[in-house]
Design a protein around this ligand. Structure first.
Ligand code: FRU
Length: 518
């Protein structure tokens, strides 16, 4: 059985291969933590796009989003939690540009890449930026505002343009204002005033209301987002000035800015691009060591009554595609879940199978080993030789020592029985009170069954067989040891030396003493 170590080796190799196979399947999942400064439709859209992009690329990605509800302290806390959760990269839209410098620097010190999106913090310690150009959004809105008021053919006074900013602690408000001012420059014929808002529609509404009440009516109000523009529209409608005051906003979302332009509530809006999928792509490029741009400016565009229907059509189509994508993803998620369960089950059954095979092999080996030991012990027994040389026991002789090359494979039941009985008799024969019941019990047979079987195989009764084997053993001891005849008689199980001598004489034709004197 010297192929046992190699079969064991094969099994170990198989287990190792299975383990390796399962280990190889475990591809890295990149966790992207997103810290959103606030809510609103624009952020919901970008969140949606980032989540949808989780299955868009070849790498495994998990996007985790935290919303700070325009609260800088909360945002700092959330960034800290995201980092502690073990994210691989931080994407952040800083609520206020100057308050997040310390926490961002801490994140960077921990070796994590940081992407600013949409908004920036006043620090150079970031990996990459992605978002629309806010200066461009302000400038394009300013240039369009001039066109609109010029088309109003106002005479006798300067056209009046009002700007209501977002929270000026945020980078988009600062940059949109900067771009708008650039567009206003050199237009002395236009009266331009800027009011500071806070991104909320209520505040924008309040500012315009106050302006109307003071009797100083603007011809156009430019708001830093469409949400604020709805506040202005409300004030305008409430004062019966609809159509007289033009309104511009930024974001240009389907269902929001686009509709307001279609309905004529706004004279225009600027599409401030979201592209969550590109944020995830950029994050993966950074994480996988691919080349990437540090500044990634997304293209925006002005929506006017002239192009709004086309823009609406395109964005509806895009939204539908995005919706379909999410349905596909959910289905994919379900299939992946199923696959993962099946995969685990398969591995478990393979391991079970291997363990079972191992157990069978070991059991078989143990059985084989015990059979071999038994055979070896029997063949080494020198008395057997003597026993078999007795010509009067031809039948037994054939049973016990048939030359190996004549052994009929496989071994017969009788042969196995004879071997076992032989073994037991040898073990027990020294007991002078040994009963046939005991022998039968050892063989799992009744006294009668034992008698029948022994008689059938050897032609002798068990008692005769026992006596004969005792005498053979005695013969061997007499010729190979210096033990006394009495000692030998007791050793082979005769009650008295006298009875032993007479049985010996009957069996071998001479007394034990004769053997000693020869
Ligand atoms: C949403 C929002 C948008 C605006 C952007 C600027 O939170 O206020 O309306 O365009 O943020 O960061």
């Amino acid at each position: 059985m010297n192929n046992r170590p190699s079969s064991l080796r094969n099994i170990v190799t198989l287990i190792a291969a299975i383990t390796l196979l399962t280990a190889c399947k475990e591809t890295k999942t990149y966790t992207i933590g997103v810290s959103q400064c606030g809510q609103g439709q624009w952020r919901e859209k970008v969140n949606h796009e980032m989540l949808a992009a989780q299955h868009l690329y070849e790498q495994h990605v998990k996007v985790t989003i935290a919303n700070a509800h325009d609260n800088t302290q909360l945002q700092i806390h959330q960034i800290d939690s995201l980092v502690n959760e073990g994210i691989d990269l931080l994407v952040v839209a800083p609520n206020e540009s100057s308050q997040l410098i310390a926490i961002i620097s801490e994140v960077r010190k921990k070796g994590l890449p940081v992407i600013f999106f949409d908004r920036k913090a006043v620090t150079d310690d970031y990996t990459s930026f992605i978002g629309g150009s806010n200066v461009e959004a302000g400038r394009a809105s300013g240039e369009y505002a001039i066109q609109v008021v010029e088309a109003m053919s106002i005479s006798g006074r300067k056209p009046f343009i009002m700007e209501i900013t977002g929270n000026m602690n945020t980078s988009p408000a600062q940059e949109r204002h900067e771009g708008f001012v650039q567009a206003m420059e050199g237009h002395e014929a236009i009266h331009y005033v800027c009011f500071e808002g806070d991104w909320s529609s209520d505040e924008a509404c309040r500012i315009v209301e106050e302006q109307i009440q003071s009797g100083n009516l603007p011809d156009l109000v430019f708001c830093h987002n469409d949400g604020m523009a709805t506040g202005v529209y409300k004030a305008v409608v409430e004062n019966g000035l609809e159509g007289k005051i033009k309104i511009l906003g930024i974001d240009g979302l389907p269902g929001e800015g686009i509709e307001y332009v279609q309905f004529g509530h706004q004279a225009g809006s600027y599409i401030y691009p979201t592209h969550g999928e590109r944020i995830v792509r950029l994050a993966l490029d950074i994480l996988t060591g691919k080349p990437f741009e540090r500044e990634n400016i997304l293209q925006g565009m002005m929506i006017t009554p002239e192009n709004v229907n086309l823009v609406d059509l395109n964005s509806r189509e895009l939204m539908k595609q995005n919706h379909d994508l999410i349905i596909i993803q959910n289905k994919l998620e379900d299939s992946l879940q199923l696959y993962s369960t099946q995969h685990k089950l398969l591995i478990a059954s393979l391991v079970g199978l291997v363990v079972l095979a191992l157990a069978v092999i070991l059991a078989w080996y143990a059985y084989w080993q015990s059979r071999r030991t038994l055979r070896q012990r029997q063949s080494m027994n020198e008395e057997q030789t003597l026993f078999y040389t007795d010509a009067s026991n031809r039948k037994l002789h054939e049973l016990f020592i048939i030359p190996e090359d004549q052994l009929p494979p496989p071994r017969s039941q009788d042969m196995i029985f004879a071997e076992q009985l032989n073994e037991i008799i040898r073990k027990k024969m020294s007991n002078p009170n040994l009963k046939m019941e005991q022998l039968g019990e050892e063989m799992g047979l009744s006294r009668i069954q034992l008698y029948r079987k022994v008689k059938a195989i050897t032609g002798q009764s068990p008692v005769e067989l026992l006596r004969q084997m005792r005498l053979q053993k005695a013969y061997s001891l007499l010729t190979s040891t210096t033990k006394t005849i009495a000692e030998i008689a007791y050793e082979v199980g005769f009650g008295t030396p006298g009875y032993f001598s007479s049985c010996f004489k009957k069996q071998f034709g001479k007394y034990p003493t004769d053997l000693r004197t020869e």
